[in-house]
Design a protein around this ligand. Structure first.
Ligand SMILES: Cc1ncc(COP(=O)(O)O)c(C=O)c1O
Length: 486
């Protein structure tokens, strides 16, 4: 017992068993429920056990994993997930995760993971190329969209206020500075603004038009007002696809406004930036390439399993100017000789796994043309759902978009708006209980609506029809229940 390793043959048997579990999951895919409705108390109970002093047989452990974790997992992989922004993952990335864990590399310094550091640099280069970002641009793989926005805004803050030496002096005695975004901006931006010491009082949420895009005139008026009040406008954030409805701000107008006022321009493309590579959406995304920083997510529209986000910055050196810290044991002399990129000097994290590995394998195995076709399919299926809704008597479409989000309501025979909104709110827990599809709602201009997000290459027209069939069936049940209570 001089290491934790199994003898070779044993390890192979265990690996084979784990592969069987993977295959079994894929076999179940078409029938995979969106949600498995087990009461929280029961789930708690499955894991209510003492600290394991002694180990157990790997086969028995894998059986437990199958029973308690795989069998009950939310159906992200399958075609019936519509809630939040949950992509279905892809098979090549599963291999990357397994192989990556095998070699257990740390991206922090080049010589700790030479090949995978180059892989990360290549992924950044390819992504910049896809988004028409300049050759001097750089970036880093992060955990997801929230981290990608925080990173972009951190770079923005540190570079914008570099002359004031805020890395050393902090924000004390600074005239308050102001960030601008639409009222539809993702809540992670609020969190970032809080973490960066700016405070949400200085995050101006500008009203949106009927299509949920930022009102450019209102934005300009707000900037002027803040200038009059001796505040420091600092950053404009454009939405490259909002989470609620997929609205894409006028990114060109925002770029122009940021330039005119000399502000940092950040685009939150966590949901939508990768859709901007489609020919059908190029015009919508015009102006994103002018950003100083962009947040995007590979665990969304590259169908890579969680987690994989990315921050791109217009000039690679701004990352180092934001994050570099000297430490004796991280000696950079070797790096200087070989012109190595030491990622720990370009990002907050020191130890970091290679999220780029699964992104790289995904891009290489499927090719961008096929990925684009899948993104386009998601968008086309959303349009198909919208048409089904428009042509039905018992649903109403509330918001559609150029991306793959549809907001709608079940109306049945109801006529009062208040009654419809309230019914749809009550419908949601019933849909969760039913579990055949996993869908959630949102609030649009203060009114509740069901929200379906298509971001899974395994969906098709049949699964889309099934979504409405299930909602209709559960709604009928709820109607009957409501009548019998009355
Ligand atoms: C527009 C937008 N920004 C940011 C995020 C946060 O991304 P993550 O969940 O990867 O942190 C999301 C998530 O859905 C999003 O849609």
């Amino acid at each position: 017992m001089d290491s934790l390793d199994f003898p070779e043959q044993r390890f192979k048997e265990i690996l084979d068993k784990s592969s069987e579990l993977v295959m079994a999951r894929f076999k179940e895919l078409p029938d995979l429920k969106g949600y498995c409705d087990f009461p929280q108390k029961e789930v708690e109970h499955w894991f209510d056990e003492p600290l394991p002093e002694q180990g157990m047989s790997p086969e028995q452990l894998l059986d437990q994993v199958q029973e308690k974790i795989l069998r009950t997992a939310t159906g992200n992989l399958g075609p019936h997930m519509y809630a939040y922004v949950m992509s279905g993952g892809n098979q090549m990335a599963i291999l990357a995760e397994k192989l990556g864990a095998t070699i257990n590399q740390n991206q922090t310094k080049w010589h700790l993971a030479p090949a995978l550091n180059e892989v990360e640099k290549r992924v950044i280069r390819w992504t910049a190329e896809l988004l028409d970002f300049p050759v001097a641009s750089g970036g880093v793989l992060v955990s997801g969209g929230s981290a990608a926005n925080l990173t972009g805004l951190t770079v923005g803050r540190n570079i914008f206020f570099e002359k004031q030496d805020i890395r050393k002096k902090g924000l004390f005695h600074q005239q308050p500075f102001v960030v601008y975004a639409s009222e539809e901006v993702h809540s992670c931006v609020d969190k970032s603004v809080e973490l960066l010491g700016i405070g949400t009082d200085h995050l101006r949420k500008i009203k949106t038009d009927a299509r949920f895009k930022i009102d450019i005139e209102a934005l300009e008026q707000q900037i002027e007002l803040d200038l009059t009040n001796d505040l420091q406008p600092f950053c404009i954030i454009g939405n490259g696809g909002t989470v609620n409805t997929g609205a894409i701000d006028d990114l060109e107008a925002l770029a122009e406004m940021a330039k005119r006022y000399g502000l940092w321009y950040h685009v939150d493309g966590a949901y939508g930036a990768l859709a901007g590579i489609l020919d059908s959406l190029k015009t919508e995304y015009k102006g994103m390439e002018k950003a100083d920083s962009i947040a995007l997510d590979f665990h969304k529209w590259l169908y890579v399993p969680f987690e994989a986000g990315c921050t791109l910055v217009r000039n690679w050196d701004t990352l180092k100017r934001t994050y570099y810290k000297k430490a004796a044991y991280l000696d950079t002399e070797l790096a200087n000789e070989g012109n190595r990129l030491e990622y720990n000097e370009h990002y907050f994290q020191l130890s970091r796994n290679s999220k780029a590995f699964k992104v790289w394998m995904t891009m290489k195995a499927y090719g961008i043309a096929r990925i684009k076709a899948m993104i386009q399919k998601d968008i086309d299926l959303t349009k198909y759902l919208n048409d089904l809704i428009r042509n039905s008597d018992d649903f109403e479409l509330v918001a559609d978009s150029k991306l793959a989000v549809s907001c709608f309501r079940y109306i049945g025979a109801m006529t009062s708006k208040a009654e419809i909104v309230e019914f749809n709110r009550r419908l949601m827990p019933q849909l969760e209980k039913d579990g055949r599809v996993f869908i959630m709602g949102t609030s649009l201009k203060g009114e509740y609506a069901i929200r379906a997000c298509f971001i899974n290459h395994r969906k098709n027209k049949k699964t889309t029809q099934y979504l409405l069939e299930v909602i209709r069936e559960v709604a009928h049940k709820l109607e009957r229940k409501t009548v019998s209570v009355l």
